[in-house]
Design a protein around this ligand. Structure first.
Ligand SMILES: Nc1ncnc2c1ncn2[C@@H]1O[C@H](COP(=O)(O)OP(=O)(O)OP(=O)(O)O)[C@@H](O)[C@H]1O
Length: 335
């Protein structure tokens, strides 16, 4: 549906070029929630804004449903943007307007009648769970409620795509979860494609189907969320994933280990099997679990464990081969 083809975006500040996005290619499928994750300054916002041409690519193409929109202007550009709602980290509501008028604003610009607007705004307030707040001003709302108004406003003109720029970064954990659930419901029930940027893997884990990881303007990884969590390929992604698993062991514990610490990743039904118990029965080795957890990504279990395997080298080697044959991935996490 959305094809970002070899897009580069360079800003010039003074006489200095800043390459915010370098040769990025991403395909977003119709109906999915696609995450773009990366640290601050990685180029996520710039890339997201290129999708509705708030930021023109310096090079490359933006293709929507097979149509090259990169150079759209005037009416074509207005129509393109109308089909792409956008929500922001700081909500971007008009403080002097009521909730009703904030949501109605984009519909008025699009030429909707007063009756249409009244009906649609009521409908949207229901969808986002803000019944009874039509006459409130943004200053009278909590952060979560403001973001709900932002979502209602973005949905007003029946968009096919929702572009979300760090939608939960200004919110506490509980409110974050409720906003993510609302976005997921909008995606699943209305079939609206969502592209969401975030610096948190936990947000990706909770709602995204696929994810691109950006580092210094480059898309370094692009896969299903489950694959990225199970086997991150790029060093930056490994750091993000390990941080999200909270698998960092204390230095003291690592220094005490005389043998390597192995990271074992299980996915699918294997995550619920007793691989380590079987290994201990079959081979003359001593297994010690230092850390372990099972996460559910969507409804798919993904287990990660840190273990040491002690014994004579030949037995350890046999045990490693056996575990490898039964799990998704196994590697030395610490020498
Ligand atoms: N309008 C602009 N003019 C000049 N430089 C810019 C402009 N917009 C972004 N940049 C630079 O481009 C790079 C990428 O910025 P961008 O905002 O896309 O990153 P980000 O990953 O979204 O970061 P954050 O999470 O902090 O918003 C940064 O070095 C930023 O300073």
């Amino acid at each position: 549906m959305i094809d970002i083809q070899d897009v580069s975006i360079t800003f010039t500040v003074g006489d200095k070029p800043i390459e915010a996005v370098k040769n990025a290619s991403i395909h977003v499928n119709q109906g999915e929630i696609f995450g773009i994750v990366g640290s601050s300054g990685a180029g996520k916002s710039t890339l997201l804004r290129a999708i509705n041409l708030l930021q023109r690519p310096t090079a490359g193409r933006i293709v929507i449903d097979g149509v090259d929109v990169t150079f759209f202007e005037g009416q074509q550009l207005r129509e393109l943007r109308m089909h792409m709602g956008m929500i922001f980290q700081q909500f971007n509501l008009i403080r002097s307007k009521t909730v009703f008028d904030n949501i109605a604003f984009a519909m008025k610009v699009a030429g909707a009648s007063n009756d249409e607007i009244t009906k649609r705004v009521r409908e949207l307030l229901d969808i986002v769970g803000l019944q009874g707040k039509a006459d409130a001003y943004p200053g009278q709302l909590s952060g979560g409620q403001k973001q709900r108004v932002g979502i209602a406003r973005a949905l007003a003109n029946h968009p096919r795509v929702l572009l979300c720029d760090e939608p939960t970064s200004a919110l506490d954990l509980e409110t974050t979860n409720s906003i993510l659930e609302l976005l997921k419901a909008i995606n699943r029930q209305m079939g609206i494609t969502i592209v969401l940027i975030t610096h948190e893997m936990d947000v990706v884990k909770k709602i995204c189907d696929r994810v691109a990881v950006m580092s210094n303007g480059v898309v370094v990884e692009n896969d299903t969320v489950l694959n990225v969590f199970a086997e991150p390929k790029h060093e930056f992604t490994r750091q993000l994933v390990n941080h999200s698993y909270d698998l960092d062991l204390p230095q003291r514990l690592l220094q005490e280990q005389s043998t390597p610490v192995w990271k074992i990743v299980y996915r699918g039904p294997a995550a619920e099997e007793s691989v380590l118990t079987d290994t201990a029965h079959k081979f003359q080795v001593k297994l010690n679990i230092l850390h372990g957890k099972i996460e559910y990504i969507g409804d798919q279990p993904l287990g990660v464990m840190l273990v040491t395997i002690k014994g004579i080298p030949a037995d350890v080697s046999l045990a490693v081969d056996y575990i490898r044959s039964r799990v998704y991935h196994m590697e030395v996490a610490h020498e």
